[in-house]
Design a protein around this ligand. Structure first.
Ligand SMILES: NC(=O)c1ccc[n+]([C@@H]2O[C@H](COP(=O)([O-])OP(=O)(O)OC[C@H]3O[C@@H](n4cnc5c(N)ncnc54)[C@H](O)[C@@H]3O)[C@@H](O)[C@H]2O)c1
Ligand SMILES: O=C(O)[C@H](O)COP(=O)(O)O
Length: 528
């Protein structure tokens, strides 16, 4: 039974889901990094919000970890590069808290426009300062939206409802979508010059870090108000402080900070600053949504292999997962065969091609290609899985190509994996028998029908009389039983191949003896 650890304050609904799905679950929010490292080893899954830092050190202490589930949107607390390299799937819940966070941004905009926190504090303190708090209307004002994805577009919708004019800067926003949303797509400089309110809704990336830099803050209109419910680090906090002090910026509402938890900041001393402690997603509804969703996604993955909302792996729906399973196994086995043959020759791989023909061509091919890649690379590099295989290939400069053939050949399904090296192309092809059982049908263009077995021996030889007898005797003399025996050849007297399955691993001296037999070109022991 898979084991999951919940290390942040997720809604208890997530615990129920894991239990109901037959997953052992421990709920331990608030552990220190050292405490977490000390207990993480047995867990297959880790469910977090933003408090747990899923670092390299933590993952190195988690040899069983297969999936990290983020109950929320931002995965900047997860070292996705390390997770990917270790073959750990990272998934989030991209929509569950979007409405709630957009509403928080709108609430912050109102709070700024009418100085609600200050007015509330003053009234509660017994001062009736009716003349002190003069606000501004939102009606007719221009809202500058930096980032118009899930949350940004909900903010835009609500702002349009308030009769604001919305301008948006987002390089990935299409004109069509902008029109649908009723926003005007503009460049950043134009937004800075036109906005009365600016609200940020991008992830924190190298491109967006300090997007409101000192220079860009200086370009903003006199009296502008800034709202950040996305990520600390998007706004230069020191420059913002100076601009608030000088009155160039009339107010700022911040839910997120460069350093969190933010317990001390010069910004806290300013009257025209409204702060909340990263509460964007903090509603009962949003927390229920993300907790249920992450638990279901993680359970699906651990129990069926279905992958949704993964940051570092192609999606596989719950319906697809069982159907894809035998094809993934076929892809992995074919890749494994091609990889072992390549590793035996010590050749450096320059490209891997995966070809699809028949039924398999109509399936979700991305995970199949990833499984084939993992199969090829594992014998050469070890510990490569579907998550890290594409990255490992890219890092090593291995070109990966996928081809779909329209033609229908002898098999209802045909999957071919070709490994290209400087010396030669090595291709192997297979099919599924009865839509379930992987079967090898071709090696290096030579037809050979064989099932995969845990221990096999592959021999290439000259197609001349005498090989089979000597080969059989060599194994018999060593007390090795041949379970199945398959032969193939390119043409009479040409290249011949022999693939046998054995009841156990082939001892090295016997392999050496086979290699020394007359007519043998090469022999490779295989394991699957
Ligand atoms: N305060 C909170 O509690 C809270 C809650 C949820 C999400 N968030 C944060 O809100 C942010 C937005 O979330 P989302 O769900 O809308 O994400 P999203 O991916 O749907 O949208 C982000 C948008 O930013 C755009 N973008 C990327 N780079 C950009 C750039 N250089 N300039 C301008 N736009 C750029 C993208 O094209 C995309 O449209 C994320 O940082 C997320 O972590 C915060
Ligand atoms: O990216 C998110 O989803 C938000 O920042 C929410 O973070 P939280 O789950 O820690 O509240």
């Amino acid at each position: 039974m898979p084991k999951v650890l919940i290390s942040d304050k997720l809604s208890p609904a997530s615990v129920e889901i894991f239990k109901r799905r037959g997953i052992e679950v421990d709920f331990k929010p608030g552990l220190s990094p050292a405490e977490l490292r000390a207990i993480i080893a047995p867990y297959d899954g880790l469910a977090v919000r933003s408090a747990t830092k899923v670092t390299r050190e933590l993952m190195e202490a988690a040899p069983n970890l297969k999936v990290v589930g983020r109950a929320g949107i931002g995965v900047d607390n997860v070292d996705v590069t390390t997770a990917t390299a270790r073959g750990v799937v990272v998934m989030n819940t991209p929509y569950g808290n979007a409405i709630t966070t957009a509403e928080h941004a709108i609430a912050m905009m109102f709070a700024l426009a009418r100085q609600l926190p200050e007015a509330s504090a003053s009234t509660k303190a017994g001062r009736w300062e009716k003349n002190r708090f003069m606000g501004v209307e939102l009606f007719g004002k221009t809202l500058g939206l930096i980032g118009c994805g899930n949350i940004g577009s909900i903010v835009a919708d609500r702002a349009v409802g308030l009769h604001m004019k919305v301008v948006a800067f987002d390089p990935f926003l299409s004109e069509k979508r902008a029109v649908e949303l009723g926003v005007e797509k503009v460049e950043l400089n134009e937004l800075l010059e036109r906005a009365d309110f600016v609200t940020l809704h991008t992830p924190l990336t190298e491109q967006t870090r300090n997007i409101l830099s000192r220079g860009n803050i200086a370009r903003l209109k006199q009296g502008v108000r800034i709202i950040n419910c996305a990520r600390g680090g998007l706004v230069d906090e020191a420059a913002l402080y100076d601009a608030l002090k000088s009155g160039h910026v009339a107010g700022a509402a911040l839910d997120v900070f460069e350093t969190e938890p933010a317990t001390d900041s010069p910004l806290f001393g300013l009257e025209n600053v409204v702060c909340t402690p990263h509460l964007g997603a903090a509603t009962a509804e949003a927390q229920e949504n993300v907790a249920l969703q992450v638990a279901d996604q993680m359970a699906d993955f651990l129990l069926t292999g279905a992958v949704s909302n993964a940051i570092n792996m192609p999606s596989v729906t719950a319906e697809e997962a069982p159907r894809l399973k035998p094809y993934m196994e076929l892809a992995r086995l074919l890749g494994g065969l091609a990889g072992q043959l390549t590793a035996a020759q010590g050749d450096a791989i320059t490209a891997i091609r995966v070809e699809y023909e028949g039924h398999v061509a109509e399936l979700n091919r991305k995970p199949l290609s990833a499984a084939a890649l993992a199969g090829v690379l594992t014998p050469l590099m070890g510990a490569v899985n579907m998550v890290n295989a594409p990255v490992v290939a890219r890092e090593r400069g291995i070109e990966v190509a996928e081809t779909v053939h329209e033609r229908r050949g002898d098999y209802a399904t045909l999957l071919r994996v070709t490994v290209v090296t400087d010396r030669q192309d090595r291709s192997v092809a297979g099919t599924l028998v009865g839509d379930a059982k992987p079967r090898l049908v071709e090696i290096k263009g030579i037809p050979v029908e064989a099932d995969f077995a845990p221990h096999m021996l592959y021999v290439t030889n000259q197609d001349k009389p005498g090989f089979i007898g000597r080969f059989g005797m060599a194994l018999a003399n060593a007390g090795i039983n041949i379970a199945t025996f398959h032969l193939g050849r390119s043409a009479q007297g040409g290249d011949a191949i022999c693939l046998v399955s054995l009841d156990g691993p082939l001892p090295e001296p016997v392999l050496a003896e086979v290699r020394a037999l007359p007519l043998v070109v090469q022999a490779t022991a295989l394991s699957f």
